[in-house]
Write a protein that binds this ligand. Structure first.
Ligand code: FRU
Length: 497
């Protein structure tokens, strides 16, 4: 098996060659979803950052385009965002009936000494729908001589106040700004000191309003990526829910209580979803947001066993808010466009799982590209279940649920190549179950080197990567402590050409 056949994902974006990290500058315009990304075109490890570029009509199948933004005298091009300036507020628009795209990113200039840089915010505009960018002549638009970490601007349109808003990560807090024209920025407030997870530096924020499912209410959501300090080690993305008065973000009371008494809230508890942010200008019917994350972890991203390229993105996800007995919670699920790729299907109903039970082997369906949905009823208090993916080489990827501890888990310790980093498989990754539903439901997306678990309609999410020695071709399920009834399991082949 060559690296291409064995490890190049079927439907998760990877650059053809070399190193990629954070998704950047995502916007939707004229039928295309644009995705830029932190890119080092000269090597398969991190280095001087550029913005790579890819487009898609459905966020599932991507086409890579030439590099969109190159380093300049202000520095290399770190993470940031892009907006469609429909009203030409910036004055950058020059083409009739076409809005300029304005990107805002961090210029990061290496100074003398290791880990010493100057980070400022710059803008660039495009009059060809995001293919090529011209840098603004008066960059940087936000200078900085004090803060070491000052980066990753995420711009959005503030509907209520007809202005642009921007959030920026500054080490241990998020800074909020506003602008009328994307060039002059006014500082508004900050949020985060002493609040939430602080096991590492704050990065890649996002800030947006979401409707609460089934109500007329709306709430503001703040995403903050943090590295290290994630729930299972390394990098991960936490979120906060609250209100915004035009100047200051304040946490919702119940949410704040839950945060203090329980744990930090993570959009994904798996080890491999970082720096995720939302698409701008993608108007969904239900007001939900669309996002994508980097499917790796700074602990080992530069050492994973692929040489030609390094890293993939997660599947694009729809994020929504729901309210349960304990307050507001974020849920996320794969975008519905993935369903268009469904082909051959295997469905089993009312399967009693008393012993390890084989569900799929290679003759029925190719497991390296499937979507699995299932529903389990009557798990007893001490019960649990383990799903096992396995192959001829004897590799195993285990995941499932422990009802005694109310924890979901992924165990990749025997999943194939794991020794490239001591942090890759040294621990079983865990995620708390928050739903009180009697039935446990789940959706699983499998690609050659990744698993994305969406339990309880997206309330508990886990994303992890793996590198088996040969493709996984068997799926079985086994009970813990007591047999249980699997109401149904449906395995859909996903077809990509
Ligand atoms: C997050 C991050 C960002 C930064 C970029 C550099 O993964 O560290 O804060 O802008 O990567 O590539």
């Amino acid at each position: 098996h060559s690296e291409e056949t064995l490890y190049r994902p079927n439907y998760h974006f990877t650059p053809k060659k070399n190193w990629m990290n954070d998704p950047n500058g995502m916007f939707y315009y004229n039928g295309y979803y644009h995705l830029y990304f932190q890119y080092h075109p000269d090597s398969n490890v991190w280095g001087p950052m550029h913005w790579g570029h890819a487009v898609s009509t459905d966020m599932i199948t991507w086409r890579e385009l030439p590099i969109a933004i190159y380093p300049d005298e202000l520095g290399t091009i770190f993470s940031g965002s892009a907006v469609v300036d429909i009203g030409n507020t910036s004055g950058f628009g020059k083409v009739e009936n076409s809005a300029p795209i304005v990107a805002m990113y961090t210029s990061s200039k290496q100074l003398e000494g290791k880990d010493n840089w100057k980070q400022t915010q710059s803008i660039a505009f495009s009059n060809d729908e995001g293919k090529t960018f011209t840098k603004y002549e008066n960059n940087p638009v936000i200078d900085n001589n004090e803060l070491k970490d000052f980066r990753d601007p995420k711009v959005s349109w503030d509907e209520e106040r007809s202005r642009w808003m921007m959030v920026l990560a500054a080490g241990d807090r998020i800074m909020f700004y506003e602008s009328k024209d994307l060039k002059a920025w006014n500082y508004l407030s900050d949020f985060g000191r002493g609040i939430g997870g602080h096991g590492g530096v704050w990065e890649c924020p996002d800030f947006f309003k979401l409707p609460v499912n089934g109500s007329d209410e709306t709430k503001w959501v703040l995403f903050v990526s943090i590295n290290p300090g994630g729930p299972n080690g390394g990098s991960a993305t936490q979120y906060f829910i609250g209100d915004f008065d035009g100047t200051q973000f304040t946490m919702d009371d119940e949410f704040s209580k839950a945060l203090n008494e329980e744990h930090t809230y993570w959009i994904d508890f798996g080890k491999d979803n970082y720096a995720g942010v939302s698409w701008s200008n993608a108007r969904t019917k239900d007001g939900s947001k669309l996002m994508i994350g980097w499917m790796s972890n700074w602990q080992y991203a530069q050492a994973v066993p692929t040489e030609t390229w390094r890293s993939a993105m997660t599947v694009a996800r729809k994020v929504q808010l729901q309210k349960n007995e304990r307050g507001f919670r974020l849920i996320s699920n794969p975008v519905r466009e993935i369903e268009n790729y469904r082909g051959k299907k295997v469905k089993k109903e009312n399967v009693l799982i008393a012993n390890e039970t084989k569900i799929i082997d290679s003759e029925t369906i190719d497991l390296s590209s499937v979507e699995i949905a299932f529903n389990i009823s009557n798990l007893n208090q001490e019960g649990g279940c383990t799903f096992k993916l396995s192959n001829k080489a004897g590799d195993e990827l285990l995941f499932g649920y422990n009802n005694a501890k109310k924890l979901f888990f992924i165990d990749r310790s025997k999943s194939g190549k794991v020794n490239f980093s001591k942090d890759f498989a040294n621990k079983i990754s865990l995620a708390p179950r928050t739903s009180a539903n009697q039935n446990l439901s789940g959706r699983i997306l499998l690609d050659k080197t990744s698993i994305e678990l969406f339990f309880d309609n997206g309330e508990s999410v886990m994303t992890e990567i793996f590198f088996p020695n040969t493709p996984f071709n068997q799926l079985s399920i086994k009970p813990t402590n007591q047999e249980f009834n699997l109401d149904y399991i449906e395995v859909n082949q996903l077809n990509f050409n």
